[in-house]
Ligand binder design. Sequence first.
Ligand code: FMN
Length: 329
Amino acid sequence: MNSTIPDENVVRIAVDLACRAPSVHNSQPWQWRYDDGRLDLYTEPGRLLASADPSGRQLVVSCGAALNHLQTALTALKWSADIQRVPEGPHSGHLATIRFRHDARPQSHDFDLLAAIRHRHSDRRPFGPVSVKTPLPRGLNDVVRRLDVHLTVLGQDARPTLAKATEMTAAARKYDSAYQTELHWWAGHSLPQGGIPADALATADNRDRVDIGRRFPIGRDNNATREVDRSTVLVLSTDSDGRGEWLRAGEALSALLLEATVGGLSTCPLTHMIELRQGREIIRELLPDPGVPQALIRVGVTEKKSPPRQTPRRPLDSVFSIGHRHGAR
Ligand SMILES: Cc1cc2nc3c(=O)[nH]c(=O)nc-3n(C[C@H](O)[C@H](O)[C@H](O)COP(=O)(O)O)c2cc1C
């Protein structure tokens, strides 16, 4: 067996798992190409959310999450990934090149993370609090710091500020028809290969009990306790704000979500309150050090009995190709 060129089927399995990564509105804005021991990750600009995400920040964060899912899957398959992040330039859709070494020695935690790729989902129900029984996993800080990303655990005293930023964002967008059309195109009904089905969105009653969630269309997920949301909110931030930081923030988001899932916690990324400048400034002021917020994550405990349905993914062949490097963007 070649120790730097994995069999195409190994890469296919890893990319399939990578595509279980979270993405904004489940847009899955990525493309993968594999050729002769080299895998390249590209954005798919046609899946940009022009209204919610005109700069493409969340598109790149989503691709970063897929990149970290890929690395997690490869480790469990005994392959190390050498990731070369491509600086922004004329070929700005090209995000990363991954090369391989058949030398990973997965530990049992790596298999837990692999299993978490299959179990994780964004849960929009109200959460119970993290507690001594189900604490925030230790070492989260280290996991994100390796990627030059900062983690802030907000105290409950930040909650009114988060609710205010949410309210302000919702009010600013109530009559923004481009935003509303885009949101309703992606969420609340069944698109065969993407978007957020109604089963994964909270009922009106549940939605009202999460005062810091994005105002999605009303869904069908009515399975929740009667409590209001008592989640802990985490913020991922970077020192500056460019495509490289967005990619690493996405990798950190994935790593954090998978660790939390292994720890038995429910999660939901939140980005509505940092999409508009005013909300972003409010969140920035909650950070202990100067930095740029890239994603917030609600973390807590839910009943495990019937989690919301997992969201669909595009068929592998529409996001992954082998060879044809000359046609690459
Ligand atoms: C960059 C990014 C931003 C997101 N923003 C939100 C958000 O504001 N509110 C929310 O409920 N979910 C948000 N999500 C979660 C996505 O909607 C979710 O990942 C997608 O629908 C796929 O579903 P899954 O996470 O259950 O696999 C975000 C995810 C990413 C990667």
